[in-house]
Design a protein around this ligand. Structure first.
Ligand code: SAH
Length: 262
């Protein structure tokens, strides 16, 4: 496959997969099956699409760059029914695609320049999603999978792990892409929980507390969470006011939220 007649665009984060072994490995871990509701984000010229579409026979794709779409359509004609939504995935309403719970399987070699905001956008639809398999910068996957005490642990880890099980699947080197990105990449599987293991009664407050705590990562919680937690409330909580944001688990943040709302 050559892309000589299409110049990848930096502003769309275009790094097209071209290593056939890596592509096969990704398709293997996605394990598509006929009639599943698969939605690909950023199909580009179809490196993954061409392999998944013939299996599922019917695929939806969300692509922002209208200039890749004719070539994508050509690459996929005769392989199945491809529905392309020319749209910004960051603003796309995934609820328009299904009414069923745990229905959508999201896949994609994502544009790295928008990966964190995109993940925050997607977790809003966690209830409708069966699973997600994405290629991202390795560092972002490490942040999603990190546990309390890890350097990479932060707001992204907590917000993703609140909704999903996170599995770091494998690392992909820059040479698998054209043009090669400057960073290593990794494939991650995100599996939304059917029933949340720790449920915040007020998810907006939960998100606000997590954000505030990590805005002041180095401060002790007594100081960073002062806007939320009065001094006399600390004895009721299972964590100490001398701890820092990065030491608390998802469960700890949920407990704080639910104590404040009790
Ligand atoms: N999946 C392809 C392309 C990956 S590059 C492959 O592996 O070869 C990332 C793709 O995401 C590009 O096609 C780019 O045009 C698209 N893209 C960039 N920003 C986007 C956005 N906001 N919404 C949807 N697609 C976007």
């Amino acid at each position: 496959m050559t892309h000589s007649y299409f110049i990848p665009r930096k502003r769309f984060g275009q790094h097209f997969l071209h290593d056939p072994n890596v592509i096969r490995h990704i398709v293997d871990v996605i394990a598509p099956a006929k009639n599943q509701h698969i939605v690909e984000i950023g199909p580009g010229l179809g490196a993954l699409t061409k392999h998944v579409l013939p299996i599922v026979q019917c695929l939806e794709a969300i692509e922002l760059d209208r200039d890749v779409i004719p070539e994508l359509q050509t690459a996929c004609k005769d392989l199945g029914k491809l529905t392309i939504h020319q749209a910004d995935a960051l603003r796309f309403d995934f609820a328009q695609l299904t009414k069923k719970k745990a229905d959508l399987r999201l896949i994609g070699n994502l544009p790295y320049n928008i990966s964190t905001p995109l993940i925050f956008h997607l977790i809003k639809y966690a209830a409708l999603i069966k699973d997600m398999h994405f290629m991202l910068q390795k560092e972002v996957v490490e942040r999603m999978a990190a546990e309390p005490g890890d350097d990479a642990y932060g707001r992204l880890s907590i917000m993703v792990q609140y909704y999903c099980q996170v599995h770091y699947l494998f690392t992909v080197k820059p040479g698998a892409f054209k043009p090669p990105p400057k960073v290593d990449s990794a494939i991650v599987a995100l599996l939304p929980y059917g029933e949340l293991p720790y449920k915040a009664h007020d998810e907006i407050l939960f998100a606000d507390i997590v954000r505030e705590a990590f805005n002041h990562r180095r401060k002790v919680l007594r100081n960073s969470l002062r806007p939320f937690i009065d001094n006399d409330l600390w004895p009721k909580l299972s964590v100490s006011p001398e701890q820092r944001a990065e030491e608390l688990s998802v469960q700890d943040y949920v407990n704080i939220t639910n104590t404040l709302r009790a």
